[in-house]
Design a protein around this ligand. Structure first.
Ligand SMILES: Cc1cc2nc3c(=O)[nH]c(=O)nc-3n(C[C@H](O)[C@H](O)[C@H](O)COP(=O)(O)OP(=O)(O)OC[C@H]3O[C@@H](n4cnc5c(N)ncnc54)[C@H](O)[C@@H]3O)c2cc1C
Length: 145
């Protein structure tokens, strides 16, 4: 019966599930997604991060590739810096207290940019948060004084 409405069933509708669904759809499959959470709480943990995700980038050109909606004012007014693979590895080690699987961390870090780019090419709209994070930090610093 399921085969009549879908070739692939993806359980969950968080980021990983959406990528699995996109990947299956890209290969021509009809995909059915089943999510346990009510629609107003859907999105998995990405809902709690406001969609933030780590990605290796080497400056504004990489950010522009992922978020082509950036305005000239945002580009001029934001110090995008970089987030290197080395920083990402360090953060994964620190945040997981060295308990993460090294092979999976390698995959996560080294494929992060190409994966987000692939998501964008498949219709996921990505927005820059780098400047917003910096503004939030600035506000924190100012209010702490
Ligand atoms: C507060 C917070 C801050 C974070 N900050 C960052 C960050 O800055 N950068 C970053 O890269 N990552 C961050 N993360 C981590 C990141 O959000 C998660 O790693 C990522 O969202 C996990 O996605 P997922 O699809 O693997 O799992 P989930 O998002 O957990 O998705 C699983 C989905 O499956 C559904 N589900 C579970 N069981 C069933 C079932 N039996 N039937 C149907 N549906 C089911 C769940 O309801 C859920 O929607 C943060 C996480 C949190 C909580």
């Amino acid at each position: 019966m399921a085969g009549e409405i879908a070739d692939v069933i993806v359980v969950g509708a968080g980021n990983a599930a959406f990528c699995a669904a996109l990947s299956a759809q890209e290969r021509g499959a009809r995909v059915l997604m089943l999510e346990a959470a009510p629609q107003e709480e859907s999105g998995g943990n990405s809902r709690f991060t406001a969609g933030s995700m780590r990605v290796v980038y080497n400056g504004v050109d990489d950010i522009r590739t992922l978020a082509p909606d950036l305005t000239p004012a945002e580009i001029v007014g934001t110090d995008f810096g970089t987030y290197t693979a080395e920083q990402f590895f360090d953060d994964m080690a620190r945040l997981t207290r060295y308990r993460a699987d090294p092979d999976l961390v390698q995959l996560l870090v080294c494929e992060s940019f190409s994966t987000l780019n692939w998501m964008r090419q498949n219709g996921v709209r990505l927005r820059n948060t780098v400047g917003k994070v910096q503004k939030a930090r600035l506000r924190e610093m100012l209010s702490a004084k």
